[in-house]
Every structure is written in C-alpha cells, then in structure tokens.
Ligand binder design. Structure first.
Ligand code: ADP
Length: 481
C-alpha cells in the first residue's frame, strides 16, 4: 500500500500545532505496519535545514507560473520516513512561521503557495511518467491541501482516491474568485456544488467537496461539524457527505511523552505508583513558576495557545473561585495580547498563587504536565486536542469541556468508577467554576484521586491504534477505486 501524505507542516521539520504532530507521527506509524508512506511538504528553510537530503531532485517545471519548481528527495531526521520537499524559492524561501509575515498577518500570496503544494501532489498522483512511484491514496490535510482533489477532478486522468482530513474547520482558506484563473482551475468549479463559499473560494470546501472520503481527528468532532453550531456554514455539505466522514482520534508520541524516561522531568513517574514522582515534579514546577506553599495545595495547569477557541477567558473569569478553593494555577502559553496581559496581571495580584509564563517552551510544557494535579482545557470547540492526552499519560487529571476530542478521551469521574477527569458541559464561567470545585473535592479524597491517576496512566493513546484505523480507511478507498 502506497500513501502520499501532503501537509503544510510536519514535525520536527516545521510545526505550529497539532497538524504538524499528526503529519510527522502518522506516516511513521504506518511504515511500522509495512505501509509505503511518503511525505510531501514545502521546502521552507527550516525544513531544508533539518531534513536529510539525498541530493537527488526531480524537476516539475513551472506548474503555476511562479518559478521553477523541483522535488528534493530526502528522509525525515528521526523516523527515516521518505520525504519530498517542494522547492520553489519565490514561494517557500521564507523563515519562521509557515503562514504569516508577522503574528496575525498571513502572507498575501498564500493561495499560490498552497495551490502549488496541492498541484504538485496531484501531479505525483496522476498517472504518467513523472516518477516510478504512484500513490494508491493521497492523504491531504487541512485547507492548504484542499485543492489536491480539485486539480485531480479537473484533469481527465486516472487518479488515486483522496482522503481529506480536517484538523480544524475554523481555518477555511478563503480567497477571492479571481484566484481560480491564477491557479489554473476551471471556473465551473466556482459553484455552490463546488468550492464556492458565500461568493468566495474556500480551499477547505474544495477538499471536502472533491475528495473521496473526509476524516476529522475525533469521532465527536466528526458529528459536531455536521450541525449548525460547529459546521460554520459547511454543515449542509458535511451532512450530505455524512457516510464518507470518519472520526479517528489522534495518537501521541509515546516516546517523547514517556513518564518513565522524559528528560525534562524532575523525577520519573511510575504508572503503578505515581505519587512519589508526581510529588517531586510538583515541587520542581512550583519552584520554577514561583508558587509557594507545600505539596498539599491542589495545582491546576494550562498549556495552550491563547485564542478564543481555547476558553482562556473563562478561566480568567473563574480565578476568584479557584483561589477561594485554596488552589493554585500555573499557565504556559501565548497568543492574544489581551489575554497575556490579563493573565500577567492576575499573577502580579496573587504572587505565589498564580504563575504565568508567556511563550513557547517545550521543556516547561513537559514539567507542567508532570507537576500539575489537574490540566484545565475549557475549549469552546476542540477537534482533538493533545494536551489532555499528555496529561492523562502523566497522571494529571484533565478538567475539560465535553466537546470534540476532549469528550472522546476523558471519562468523567461522575459517570462511573473508571473516570479519568472532570467533564463539564457549557462554555460558561460558572460551569468552569463548578468544574474547579469538583476537581478540588476529588483532590481532597486521596483514595479517589489515586484511582483516577492510575486509571489515567493506563490509557492507550499510541499512534498504533489510530494508524490501524487509517489503514482500514485506505483499504476501503482502494477497493472502491
Ligand atoms: P492546537 O493544535 O489547537 O494548538 P493541541 O492540543 O492539538 O492544540 O496541540 C497543541 C500542541 O502544542 C501540544 O503539543 C502542546 O503541548 C503544544 N503547546 C501549546 N502551547 C505551548 C507552549 N506555550 N509551549 C510549549 N508547547 C505548547
């Protein structure tokens, strides 16, 4: 089975979020199962620097009229997975964030950059003599690759089926109608039954419309986006495609996140006897975050981007309750300037009780997961979410809203003896307050807390499980082809 992964980011070459994690880990997990999975991504300078290149190249000409384009052959640095970097310097020779000129401002030519990525994938997939490797399935990810099946549909060639995975429906890849001519797609695709979205082009919609199957990164999110609330105007189309929409929960890198061997931890955490390791990491985390008191204070942690989706404003609204319960808060993250300011302000008003670190810090994120008693994830929506999965693995009980992947991965302590966290329903401050109170009462019952920790640490979120589900999906698509 030959699968081509197309993604605008792949960890550890370039990553801005969960998409990068998936695009790095899933091909490797599939290769371990004997699948010939290969990756195509843009040759950003960071990617060129980190990949192992063989020196072999394959010219693609100038498919979009934006410059000579080549495939640079290589392998991933850690897993050895085969890789093609799509080289077109006028498009990709830009350092830093792959999408933005500076925070909050996308590159104005993103439609060309990602149309070129999509077109190159379609060229590899289309029958022809481009190379002696032709994928059985193209697995495309998010709006940046939504045009892959649009190109394949427009060309009258034998074409492999496309599986299009939505990691976040919020980002739709919206551009003006005029781009169609520039990227070389037929104007008849600009219709309600094509890639038109309220008078504009949506590359995400193209991916949903023209691919042979669609998946999302959790079963609950697959259902939610078929409703008006989370469907963002695409719910009608998604309902139409209902039979072809699949929800597969992401896995995590269980080697990078191993509580017994993680070098960023102050002490290992033994899943069969977590308490000593948890206590040592909690003490180290409190020291690093400037929190006072002894180890008996319940400690809530947050690791997050600060965007509306993540509900950080709800936590700010519930801080009075958190402190009133005698708890402490450690926050790591960055994003919305206003939220950064408000969190820093809360920390300066309550020194020793609230610790805030603004920025991206891989090391601290591991210690925070290991040292907290609870991880707060009050997302308004959450396609999958990874932080709650890391928390479970490190014996930290997630306190989550019942949405998307959070609902699929955390079992409420109020719904049976095998609960792994606290689950609340509404994105309101008083619901977060209730959840904080529930978590603290759990904490004050050491036997119940110990049971939750052990149950949490026994969960299996390895990529092997998810990769097997994708394997089944590819097999179905190939049988239909
Ligand atoms: P999203 O992709 O929506 O941001 P996920 O939970 O799927 O949310 O993935 C977030 C990833 O980014 C996790 O691996 C998390 O640990 C990491 N992360 C987020 N913020 C930070 C930060 N400030 N420092 C270190 N890692 C972070």
């Amino acid at each position: 089975m030959k699968i081509l992964f197309v993604s605008s980011e792949v960890y550890p070459l370039v990553k801005t979020g969960g998409l990068g994690d998936v695009a790095g880990a899933l091909p490797a997990a599939l290769r371990a199962m004997g699948v010939d999975a290969r990756i195509l991504m843009p040759a950003y300078p960071d990617a060129m620097g980190r990949a192992t290149l063989t020196g072999r190249t394959l010219g693609l000409g100038d498919p979009l009229g934006v410059g000579e384009t080549r495939l640079l052959e290589g392998t991933m640095p850690d897993t050895g997975c085969p890789l093609w970097l799509l080289d077109c310097p006028p498009m990709y020779e830009r350092s830093g964030d792959p999408y933005m000129v500076y925070p909050g401002n996308d590159w104005p030519d993103n439609f060309k950059r990602f149309a070129l990525l999509s077109k190159a994938a379609a060229m590899i997939g289309a029958a022809g003599d481009l190379m002696d490797w032709r994928p059985d399935v193209i697995h495309a990810h998010d709006w940046q690759t939504g045009l892959v099946p649009a190109y394949l549909k427009a060309w009258s060639v034998r074409r492999p089926p496309v599986l299009f995975t939505i990691h976040n429906l919020h980002y739709m890849g919206i551009f003006g109608q005029e781009i169609l001519e520039i990227v070389g797609l037929p104007l008849d695709q600009f219709s309600i039954n094509g890639l038109e979205y309220h008078g504009l082009v949506s590359m995400l919609k193209a991916g949903i419309q023209y691919s042979q199957a669609v998946s999302t990164v959790s079963p609950s999110y697959a259902r939610e986006i078929q409703g008006p609330q989370e469907g963002r105007g695409l719910d009608g189309l998604l309902r139409q495609r209902g039979d072809s929409i699949h929800g597969i929960l992401n896995g995590i890198d269980v080697d990078a996140w191993n509580p017994l061997t993680d070098p960023y931890l102050a002490a290992p955490i033994d899943p069969t006897n977590p308490e000593p390791g948890k206590a040592a990491n909690k003490a180290a985390l409190k020291r690093q975050m400037g929190l006072d008191g002894n180890g008996s204070t319940p400690l809530f942690g947050i690791v997050s981007r600060f965007v509306e989706q993540k509900g950080i404003d709800l936590v700010l609204g519930a801080i009075g309750r958190l402190l009133g319960e005698g708890a402490q808060l450690a926050v790591l993250g960055s994003g919305d300037r206003n939220l950064e300011y408000e969190l820093n302000r809360a920390a300066s008003h309550h020194p020793g009780r609230i610790g805030v670190h603004i920025g991206y810090d891989e090391h601290l994120s591991h210690l925070l997961q290991a040292g907290s008693d609870f991880l707060l994830v009050p997302s308004r929506f959450e396609p999958c979410g990874l932080t709650q999965l890391y928390a479970l693995r490190y014996g930290t009980a997630p306190v989550v809203r019942r949405t998307g992947g959070l609902a699929d991965s955390v079992r409420s302590v109020d719904e049976g003896p095998d609960g792994t966290g606290v689950v609340f329903d509404h994105a309101f401050i008083d619901a977060v307050e209730w959840a904080i109170g529930r978590a603290v009462s759990l904490y004050r019952d050491p036997d119940a807390m110990a049971r939750v920790r052990r149950t949490a640490m026994a969960q299996d979120f390895s990529w092997k499980r998810s990769a097997e589900e994708y394997f089944g999906l590819y097999t179905d698509l190939m049988a239909r082809d």
